[in-house]
Design a protein around this ligand. Structure first.
Ligand code: ATP
Length: 333
């Protein structure tokens, strides 16, 4: 992006359209639109012999700032953090010059829809993973800033949470660049907008809340802390996480690892409703041996199945769940 680009109309790309970068001369075939945000439109494309995500904008300002974050951050980025950055270039069309950048395509399901099909414990499991990545980001001197479900995707096999949108990433100590009110401690009057790890940990707590309230809600005259705690306790699907949620919004965690170990402990000590956990097993990274073991524990004959008492089924399910959670932690540690 070496040109100064004047404001022009949005660049719409069509399926099968081929675009070639002005400087690097790499060619990309557009497959479909993945989504759009304030800074531009993201397309799934084919290029460099693989599927990629290509973000194109009409002006270079915000896209340049995202590219700069990617460039600085790629020095510290681990394999499970945000998408890898590939290159930035300009697309010259009859309508003008459009800056774009190319990054790794993350093939995943959006965070909340994924969780809606799973048992309550899954919110905790994904957040345990997320906190590990956040800790790495914080250690590198950054804060995510605009942490919300729209910026998270969950991949399959194994189920891993990945984040998108580096637009809000801010160097620690500065003012948060980009935020969404529901996840912003400043909006709730429960802290400032200084980029520090506890800012992200507040947003992590609000991810739990958003799981319970997919449409979110606004502040009222009531004291925010009281309102948030009351709302949290009203939803069965998130209530077990209350102690972690509370410390997160109070800013009591010293870092993301502190919150993570608290959450792991909570998951170990809590019995979640077993029914949904069993139904998700085939889709996860559970080993064949474990699947076999689970099958052996489940009665094959329907008559026998009926004869199992409710209590017995729950005990078996809870056991499987505990084994499974321990297994997942083994994968994420
Ligand atoms: N690397 C990627 N892999 C897969 N999908 C992606 C990727 N990057 C973005 N997307 C998809 O494109 C959508 C739009 O991305 P973008 O970063 O522009 O969104 P946004 O967060 O709404 O933007 P902004 O914060 O700039 O308003 C995302 O919500 C996501 O669905």
């Amino acid at each position: 992006m070496r040109d100064s680009i004047s404001k022009k109309q949005e660049c719409k790309l069509l399926p099968n359209q081929r675009i070639v970068g002005r400087w690097q001369r790499n060619s990309y075939r557009i497959i479909r639109e993945l989504g759009y945000g304030a800074t531009g439109t993201v397309y799934l494309a084919e290029g460099r012999g693989e599927l990629v995500a290509l973000k194109i904008a009409s002006d270079s300002m915000s896209i340049t700032s995202e590219v700069n974050v990617f460039r600085q951050f790629s020095k510290v980025q681990g394999p499970s953090l945000g998408p890898s950055f590939y290159e930035a270039d300009d697309y010259v069309s009859a309508g003008g010059v459009y800056p774009f950048y190319v990054m790794e395509y993350i093939n995943g399901q959006p965070f909340l829809p994924f969780l809606r099909q799973r048992g309550a414990e899954w919110t905790g499991i994904l957040i345990v993973q997320l906190l590990k990545d956040l800790h790495q980001l914080h250690k590198a001197g950054w804060v995510f800033g605009d942490l919300k479900p729209e910026n998270l995707l969950v991949t399959e096999n194994p189920n891993c949470v990945r984040w998108l949108d580096v637009g809000g990433m801010t160097i620690q100590g500065r003012a948060i660049k980009e935020y969404t009110e529901f996840f912003d401690r400043g909006y709730w009057g429960l802290g400032n907008r200084k980029a520090e790890p506890s800012y992200d940990l507040f947003s992590v707590s609000m991810l739990f809340m958003n799981r319970g309230y997919p449409s979110r809600f606004e502040k009222t005259q009531e004291k925010s802390f009281t309102r948030l705690m009351t709302k949290f306790r009203q939803k069965d699907v998130i209530r077990p996480f209350e102690p972690v949620f509370r410390r997160g919004i109070e800013g009591k965690y010293k870092d993301a690892l502190d919150m993570r170990s608290d959450l792991i402990q909570l998951l170990h000590g809590t019995t979640f409703t077993p029914k949904v956990s069993i139904s998700v097993k085939p889709k996860t990274n559970i080993t064949r041996r474990e699947q076999k073991k689970i099958k052996q524990q489940q009665p094959s004959n329907p008559k026998k199945r009926r004869s199992l008492g409710v209590l017995e089924s729950m005990l078996v399910a809870s056991f499987i769940l505990v084994v499974y959670i321990l297994y997942l932690f083994g994968q994420t540690m």
